[in-house]
Design a protein around this ligand. Sequence first.
Ligand SMILES: [Zn+2]
Ligand SMILES: [Zn+2]
Length: 347
Amino acid sequence: MLTVNAIAAPSATEPLVRTTIERRDLGPRDILIEIRYAGICHSDIHTVRGEWGEVAYPLTVGHEIVGSVTEVGSEVSRHAVGDRVGVGCMVNSCRECPNCRAGQEQYCENGNTGTYASVDRDGTTTQGGYSTHVVVDEDFVLRVPEAIPYEAAAPLLCAGITTYSPLAHWNAGPGKKVAVVGMGGLGHMAVKIAVAMGAEVTVLSQTLGKKDDGLAFGAENYHATRDAATFEALKNTFDLIINTVSAPIDMAAYLGLLRLDGTLVSVGAPPEPLAVPVFALFGNRRSFAGSGIGSIGETQEMLDFCAERGIAPEVELITADQVNEAYERVLKSDVRYRFVIDIDSLR
Ligand SMILES: [Zn+2]
Ligand SMILES: [Zn+2]
């Protein structure tokens, strides 16, 4: 076992503190990664605070991880010492169910193993990336191209793939009108990726406060959803709407923005069920769908796509001692657009 520095939540209600955690000995297919940067995802906060169900404490979260390979198991073939690599939201799956066999292991029918707060195959609870090292099976480790700035690569592992996957699946591209609801960590990546795919992108945000940023990221239009006229003006407009907001939305109003065969995809999850007026689906043969992260293969495709197109998240770098303060700012949407922890501050 390797004992490593980390930041952990002692309980659902206490601030995160510096501590140490243990990483398993390297198995034949395992990789030891020295972590350099870890992004802060809103899911981290929901999970440590027990808002998405009971978890075991102390708990170290973090599933936007980049670093370098420092040791490999005897059978590892995909990665070598010194490689720049990343780990996202999952670190294992059953590998036998139809979805795993189809290369869609994020939808493993037996449940994929989350990077933190999940029970791993050896019965231990997984611990996330707010730490100096992690041990991960090579099949769940991504190559991070040199063209992506190191610290900016981290948020691609969750915010990047969570938005790339539905944009790719629903064919965002030339001739398609895509709306992105919310301009936070996920939303700003959805805008950049959809623009790079060639779609005409509109941002729908509560206010016009981030309009300059949205247009700088390549959006052609930017509208305030607090203004009821927005929903009147944009009726029957979009082929695809990516909803990144994790609060309830007025489903009838948003579905009304879809043109024939348009789809509204939610990647943000409000804790309460949404009321979907079915008549709004009849009109224009609309669909309402969800999408969860992406497969390992698709995550690699997204990283290579971002490197090729020169796309990277906007990040605010912080030290290990600023994480609790950063959490409060995330909850107030006071971040442009993703906090990333400089893990050197934990060594
Ligand atoms: Zn996340
Ligand atoms: Zn499976």
